[in-house]
Ligand binder design. Structure first.
Ligand code: NAP
Length: 479
């Protein structure tokens, strides 16, 4: 039997597990999918915005993969913590595929970036997604009249939309109750989404952009002087399809500002371009009060140049949505420039040579780009490499059972039944609030719910002989 660990249960991890069990080249494969959190699905659970219910429903597809009898889920286990090193994992598995994503937000590198009221979009996303590591305090929006979102990628569009959308629209979603109340008390009237280049070069995708114009009682404004600077806006014919379609949407708003004909808008989204943030300015209370931007313009060679003219945009809240970055995992090589693990067709490279039994897939392999589906071919490439190496890998005798390793190091894993119990607890929380399933936002609540599964099943810790650790681990019984 070939025993494989997949580290990370987001789309890239689950697609990797799926590709491993769906192939026929190596018939006897057992995959354990490990996650730092007691909950699976990575950014589908903790990144996709709550109002994107269709994308959220992808969790059902990921669930059916994780329910395959050849696949086990081992949550609440952090590789790199409590002595669980990459080398130690190789004692228990013939191969390990790292699908750990890109966990950190990129920095702007401008003065004032860390003023109170300036936060990363990642923090905001974690907050409205009920991530248990979401930093305190959350977001108090009552005193915010004008918000600036820096960046024009899909994360920027997500956070702009959540700020602009009425809280009532989010009530039927799984958004945590605290965030729902804070959004209901929001004083936000204007959300400025600011790009340093033009609309024809923005990173958002058209469906996501168009959604901004479909929000009830939200007007979308564009600034003609910004648009005039973009040669691709004037003549989009040579642009790639997605950029051309984006330009068409922006042109529509320029010709007929969204919401102009309907009832008075409650909020306004202002799309701005060719503005490079150079400083965040503090008000008298020491909190952020404005973003100072330098006007940029195309330099004729595809790059930008500053013009030396500046514009201050009022902001009591700034969300920096300028991309993610991979973080190093102790014991694995790391390319600091790209923020990825160096690899060749998914094989981890140590000193330029493939490291036997170590693989990567997803954002930590290729950087934080693409949509969820991009992870499928990425995972397949990695799995093809692993299968080509399988004969050699499975010839190596394993010295310990995964369960043994985890328990001996003091990890308290949560298995699939524990996760199902969290789901049940979230459904019960929703019912008690008169809502659909509502996410539990903290470690204590999540682990308490997972432990409940264990006692309800009547086969508690002692029965599993792990001295009181959370034993909900039927998926990782010895082969
Ligand atoms: P992204 O697509 O790389 O966009 C980052 C944005 O930040 C760009 O507009 C970039 O401008 C700007 N930026 C970078 N450094 C900057 C600086 N120093 N000053 C000003 N602006 C700066 O990243 P993302 O929005 O975080 O998205 C990450 C990935 O997740 C993408 O593949 C995205 O499509 C995906 N995603 C998809 C969805 C969805 O499908 N609904 C939702 C969320 C995320 P330049 O282009 O000028 O560098």
């Amino acid at each position: 039997m070939l025993r494989v660990a997949v580290v990370g249960s987001g789309p890239s991890g689950v697609y990797t597990a799926q590709a491993l069990v769906q192939q026929t080249r190596v018939p006897d494969v057992r995959v354990d999918v490990l996650d730092r959190l007691p909950c699976p699905y990575g950014l589908v659970r903790y990144g996709v915005a709550p109002d994107h219910e269709k994308i959220k429903s992808l969790q059902n597809n990921l669930r059916s993969v994780l329910e395959d009898e050849r696949i086990g889920f081992i949550g609440n286990v952090e590789v790199g913590a409590k002595g669980l090193t990459p080398a130690r994992l190789l004692d228990a598995f013939h191969a390990v595929v790292y699908c750990v994503g890109a966990a950190q937000d990129r920095r702007l590198g401008v003065p004032g970036e860390d003023l109170p009221g300036s936060r990363s979009a990642t923090d905001f996303v974690s907050w409205y997604s009920a991530h248990p590591d979401s930093p305190e305090p959350g977001f108090a929006l009552g005193g915010v009249r004008s918000a600036v979102v820096i960046g024009v990628g899909n994360v920027a569009v997500d956070v702009t939309r959540i700020l602009a959308r009425g809280a009532a629209d989010l009530r039927p979603t799984d958004v945590p109750n605290g965030a729902l109340h804070a959004l209901a008390a929001s004083g936000v009237r204007d959300v400025h989404m600011v790009g340093r280049r033009g609309p024809s070069q923005a990173k958002f995708t058209t469906k996501e952009l168009r959604e901004l114009g479909a929000l009830p009682r939200v007007a979308v404004d564009v600034e003609p002087t910004d648009l005039a600077l973009d040669p691709g806006y004037a003549d989009p014919s040579a642009l790639p399809a997605v950029n051309r379609r984006n330009v068409e949407v922006v042109r529509g708003w320029a010709a007929d500002p969204s919401g102009a004909a309907g009832p008075a808008p409650a909020r306004r989204v202002r799309l701005r371009f060719f503005l490079r943030p150079v400083e965040l300015l503090a008000g008298e209370d020491g909190r952020v009060a404005a973003v100072r931007c330098e006007r940029t313009e195309p330099d004729g060679s595809g790059a930008l140049r500053g013009t030396g003219t500046y514009e201050d945009i009022e902001a009591q809240l700034v969300l920096r949505a300028v991309g993610y970055r991979g973080v190093p995992l102790a014991g694995l090589p790391f390319d600091r420039t790209r923020g990825t693990i160096p690899h060749q067709e998914g094989r981890v490279l140590r000193d330029s040579a493939p490291s036997p039994g170590e693989y990567v897939a997803g954002w930590i392999k290729r950087g934080p780009t693409g949509v969820i589906g991009t992870n499928r071919p990425c995972a397949k490439e990695t799995v093809a490499s692993l299968l080509a190496d399988a004969a050699e890998l499975s010839a190596r005798p394993l010295t310990v059972e995964p369960v043994q390793v985890l328990r001996s190091l003091g990890h308290e894993p949560v298995g699939w039944p524990g996760w199902l119990a969290i789901e049940d607890a979230e459904a019960a929380l929703g019912r008690s609030l008169g809502r659909r399933s509502v996410k539990i936002p903290d470690w204590h609540g999540l682990l308490g719910a997972a432990r409940g599964a264990d006692s309800a099943r009547g086969d508690g810790a002692a029965a599993h002989g792990n001295g009181g650790a959370m034993p909900v681990l039927p998926g990782i019984a010895p082969p």
